[in-house]
Design a protein around this ligand. Structure first.
Ligand code: EPZ
Length: 417
């Protein structure tokens, strides 16, 4: 297992290129199951989660070929319809093959994801939506089986704007007979990227605010296309905070600022000096004041930036309040940050950070993807050496993060333990 060794404090400078979005790429990869002709995706990020989804699709019979920066997915001959336990427990997003498999192959068997470090993460909203489209759902031995000879368009109201449920259901509705309306949907930019991708192949999907309308098209009628996913807004937010926490000037290229408006607005409100153009964000040394924020579904403050924000708050004199409203256990980074000297008190889903304390390098442990990013950010302001163990968590969602940070001036090395 690899660890990162970071010698702080760090001063950053230069430009960092954001990779394509993991959370856009994963549902789009799952949706290639809807095609019986080759589909080309460009510039996919080299991430563990992308590799996991490729392995799952190949198990289902998809032929995947890499040609330079293009990845070609050929789902003309599917051989299997099951997302096994070892796939799903590695990556919850494996459940996204359920909707496409059901609507194309009339059945899907998917392991229940079980919990993960940040919470229980059930799929009840996915399953009740599929039942609304006429699917039969049965559970056995930790697996869920969904079947339907022909899905029928219907109205579905989501009890919570679940990102994954929105994606699974809109993919299932593509080949359903007639019109489907999904209400109270997630509105993350990655949903719109999936919709744009499917519409450019001939699907008929329209999102207006929190409702998505899907007019079913004939099965396997989608035509082959080439698509490049949007930039990764969570990676961009992470580097934006890296610039602020080290009081540096850096430019973050390859993401539309509109995708992280809530993050930018919060940071500007705390005094951050940030310049925007249509595909990049530039941050400058800033005197920051404490803040009070709650995570929320898009366009609210993203839960995937909560851990990184807590790391930043440790640097800001005064009391900051961060409330996690999406997941029930997403403060695993806090005990590790406390080992570095952070003064943080947890009260249920509220973290109160007394910032401005001296931070000292220490050995710390990654527990989940975004918690790992918080530890790296904190190590940038620690005096001395930090060792960050189990960086396979961070390799799930940050492409070449050690190389990108080194290019920005960070003394970071990856050591094989
Ligand atoms: C997506 O996960 C993202 N993953 C997550 O990013 C992100 O944190 C999350 O959306 C929220 O924005 C991908 O896109 C691959 P949800 P997802 O369904 O779809 C509950 C990262 O760091 N819920 O919106 O699993 C659930 O338990 C990852 O890149 C149900 O109760 O999130 C959670 O508390 C982490 N029943 C809340 O809703 C359901 O059927 C949000 O879940 C579905 C969800």
């Amino acid at each position: 297992m690899d660890k990162f060794v970071i010698n702080g404090p760090a001063k950053l400078s230069g430009t960092v290129e954001v990779s394509k979005s993991k959370n856009s790429t994963l549902p789009i990869m799952a949706s290639t199951l809807l095609f019986d002709k080759p589909v080309t995706l460009k510039n996919l990020p080299e991430l563990r989660d992308i590799a996991t989804m490729k392995k799952l699709l190949e198990k289902l019979g998809v032929k995947i070929e890499q040609r330079g920066s293009e990845t070609i997915f050929d789902s003309s001959e599917l051989t299997f319809c099951e997302a096994t336990y070892e796939m799903v427990k590695t990556m919850r997003a494996s459940v996204l093959v359920m909707g496409p498999l059901l609507t194309r192959e009339k059945r899907a068997v998917v392991s229940l994801p079980g919990g993960c470090a940040i919470g229980a993460r059930p799929i009840d909203i996915h399953l009740s939506g599929l039942e609304k489209l006429g699917a039969k759902v049965s559970m056995h031995g930790g697996y869920v089986k969904v079947t339907s000879d022909q899905l029928i368009g219907n109205k579905i109201v989501l009890p919570f704007p679940s990102v994954g449920a929105t994606e699974n259901l809109l993919m299932a509705a593509v080949y359903a007979k007639g019109l489907s309306a999904i209400e109270n949907v997630a509105q993350e930019p990655e949903i719109d990227d999936l919709i744009d991708f499917l519409n450019s192949a001939g699907a008929k999907i329209e999102r207006s605010r929190s409702t998505i309308m899907i007019e079913g098209v004939p099965p396997l009628s989608l035509k082959p296309i080439v698509h490049t996913p949007i930039g990764d807004r969570i990676e961009a937010a992470t580097y934006l905070i890296a610039g602020l926490i080290t009081n540096s000037s850096i430019k973050i290229n390859g993401v539309r600022p509109i995708y992280l408006e809530a993050v930018i607005e919060l940071l500007k409100g705390a005094g951050a000096k940030i310049d925007l153009d249509d595909n990049s964000i530039t941050v400058h040394p800033s005197k920051l004041t404490p803040f009070n924020v709650e995570t929320a579904p898009f366009p609210g403050f993203p839960t995937d930036v909560q851990a990184q924000l807590i790391a930043l708050a440790t640097k800001i004199q005064g009391s900051s309040f961060i409330t996690e409203k999406i997941f029930e256990n997403r403060f695993m980074h806090v005990p590790e940050l406390q080992r570095m000297g952070a003064k943080i008190v947890l009260k249920g889903n509220l973290a109160v950070v007394e910032g401005g304390e001296k931070m000292v390098g220490a050995p710390v442990m990654c527990t989940d993807l975004r918690a790992s990013a918080a530890l790296v950010l904190a190590a940038l302001i620690c005096e001395g050496k930090s060792e960050i163990y189990r960086v396979y968590h961070i390799d799930r969602g940050y492409e070449l993060i050690d190389q990108k940070l080194r290019q920005l001036g960070v003394d970071i090395s990856r050591v094989n333990e």
